[in-house]
Design a protein around this ligand. Structure first.
Ligand SMILES: Nc1ncnc2c1ncn2[C@@H]1O[C@H](COP(=O)(O)OP(=O)(O)O)[C@@H](O)[C@H]1O
Ligand SMILES: Cc1ncc(COP(=O)(O)O)c(N)n1
Length: 266
């Protein structure tokens, strides 16, 4: 019998349960990997928006890494909300010093669907300097890709410009997510000189919460199991699409995704 893979989500808590650490752990559980966490901030949040938030002290962020990493071998990590520059720096240093290099998935969360800020704007430069260069894959949505590169995405050729600029900063690959465009929900993947798209029918009605967190943590889970980037994105897209197709209303705001146990555990 193969050993259960241990993965890690480095993200903020969403009290409403739809995004952040909570969405990541549900995804890990559904995909049959063991999820550990480094909590970077706590938000008072629901499906309507973020009402309050505190950052975790960088020393406590570092202590969470130390406790987990000295006890378990982490095969893949995924970052989400990182709150501020000091936390970005602490997270980058700690991931880089893991004894065995894990797969590194960076979801560069800047704001919630509700537009509340989840990373201070001054922290974007440190994200580009320290964290993105050590990533195996970075998964910006369209507004995040524009902010990170200062390039407006108006035509399909702009996607390539954005991806190449991010790869110049050191990211090994870039998946630009299509949730914020129109037409089919198509994600664009750039890796070395390869280009691939991953597409699904767009679910039309109402806004959704936790889609990016779910896709990123599914990529992380599948990377730990398959060690193959393209296979992991393909499976993760299938997983998030199914969760979106089964999304449901739980409050007054965005719909949440149905995370369900997968039988195809590769
Ligand atoms: N309405 C939708 N219908 C189908 N897929 C969607 C929809 N909205 C987002 N997705 C998919 O969900 C994933 C997350 O994308 P996105 O919502 O852009 O991320 P984020 O939560 O970071 O803004 C992508 O695979 C995207 O294509
Ligand atoms: C703690 C936390 N992390 C991430 C998100 C982004 O998720 P979304 O873009 O779906 O609102 C969020 N709202 N809250």
């Amino acid at each position: 019998m193969s050993k259960t893979k241990v993965v890690m989500s480095i993200a903020g808590s969403d009290s409403g349960g739809g995004a952040g650490i909570q969405a990541d752990l549900k995804t890990f559980q559904s995909l049959g990997v063991f999820g550990t966490t480094v909590i970077t901030g706590v938000t008072a949040q629901n499906t309507v928006g973020v009402q309050n938030a505190v950052h975790i002290e960088p020393s406590l962020v570092a202590a969470q890494f130390e406790s987990v990493a000295k006890d378990m071998e982490i095969s893949a990590v995924k970052t989400g909300m990182l709150s501020n520059a000091q936390i970005v720096e602490t997270v980058s240093d700690n991931i880089a010093s893991f004894p065995t290099k894990p797969w590194i998935v960076i979801d560069p969360v800047l704001a919630a669907t509700s537009v509340d800020l989840l990373l201070e704007r001054q922290a974007v430069s440190i994200l580009l300097e320290k964290l993105i260069p050590i990533s195996d894959i970075i998964t910006p949505n369209i507004p995040e890709a524009e902010i990170l590169t200062d390039i407006k995405i108006e035509h399909s050729k702009d996607l390539q410009k954005v991806a190449y600029k991010l790869m110049e900063t050191g990211a090994k690959s870039v998946l630009i997510k299509g949730g914020h465009s129109s037409g089919k929900a198509t994600d664009h993947f750039f890796w070395k000189d390869e280009y691939h798209t991953f597409s699904a029918e767009r679910v039309g009605i109402g806004s959704l919460h936790g889609t990016g967190c779910t896709l990123g943590s599914a990529i992380c889970a599948y990377l730990s199991k398959t060690n193959d980037l393209l296979t992991s994105i393909r499976f993760a897209k299938k997983y998030v699409t199914q969760a979106i197709n089964n999304s449901f209303i739980i409050g007054e705001g965005s719909k949440v995704l149905l995370q369900s146990l997968q039988s195809n555990n590769c």
